[in-house]
Design a protein. Structure first.
Length: 244
């Protein structure tokens, strides 16, 4: 994490740093914040009041045992991104261009540029102008399909879909998805096939008509602690990424 310069003569930078600290953990004492910012506790109180005046829900409890905290449900706004975080976003969105169909990546870059403050907007625009994805084949995965599979894996829901394998055979699948995995330039879904009674890995660009169903069993866990090795060896059965 890149620190803002904690100097008392830079109230804007110090206030942004204060906001970042408040979002980093549930609560801080005034003395802890003063130490991190290299200012007095009185300055901390002024900066907290400034954040509250800007509409941030900062809870303030004075006195012994008192603390400052961002109220639950209030997230960090884009204006507190650091330079390296902006570059990470641009790099990630450039990689996504070679994976997802459509122009979601470019639209996201445009929206980020519109909401970032001037200095960070310059960082983003320069990074976007100076980079591109030249990976050849683009847009193999439908973003809507990825969204459905990630939801099924994250919420332990049974998933049904049509699958076309590497030989062109089409089957209907009913699975409990436990993880969506990005590996070797592709997205896969790791799932327990309820009809086959075994673990399977499916390429997302071969998944069609995904539909979320009833809650899963709730006791599915990834088949091995080392997921990367399991995927690369088809859970120890043979070499090569399954479904590729």
């Amino acid at each position: 994490m890149t620190d803002f310069a904690p100097v008392d003569s830079d109230p804007t930078g110090r206030t942004l740093r204060l906001l970042e600290l408040l979002a980093a953990r549930p609560a801080w004492s005034a003395s802890e914040l003063a130490g991190r910012l290299a200012v007095s506790t009185r300055t901390v109180r002024r900066d907290v009041a400034r954040l509250q005046g800007l509409g941030y829900a900062v809870e303030s409890r004075p006195g012994p045992g008192g603390h400052y905290a961002l109220c639950p449900g209030h997230r960090m706004p884009p204006l507190v991104f650091q330079d390296d975080e902006v570059l990470a976003l641009v790099a990630a969105l450039r990689m996504v261009e070679g994976i997802l169909a459509g122009d979601a990546s470019q639209r996201a870059l445009t929206k980020l540029s519109q909401v970032l403050p001037r200095r960070l907007r310059t960082v983003l625009d320069n990074a976007a102008a100076g980079s591109e994805n030249a990976g050849g084949e683009r847009g193999g995965v439908d973003p809507a399909t990825l969204a459905v599979l990630i939801r099924a894996a994250g919420q332990n829901l049974v998933l049904r879909f049509v699958y076309r394998d590497q030989h062109g055979a089409v089957t209907r699948r009913r699975v409990e998805a436990v993880r969506c995995v990005y590996a070797r330039g592709r997205w896969y879904v790791l799932a327990h096939d309820l009809d086959a009674g075994d673990w399977r890995v499916f390429r997302l660009d071969r998944v069609q008509e995904p539909a979320i169903g009833e809650p899963g069993s709730g006791d599915r866990r990834q088949p091995a602690e080392n997921l990367a090795t399991s995927l690369a060896t088809d859970f120890g059965r043979h070499l090569g990424m399954p479904g590729s």
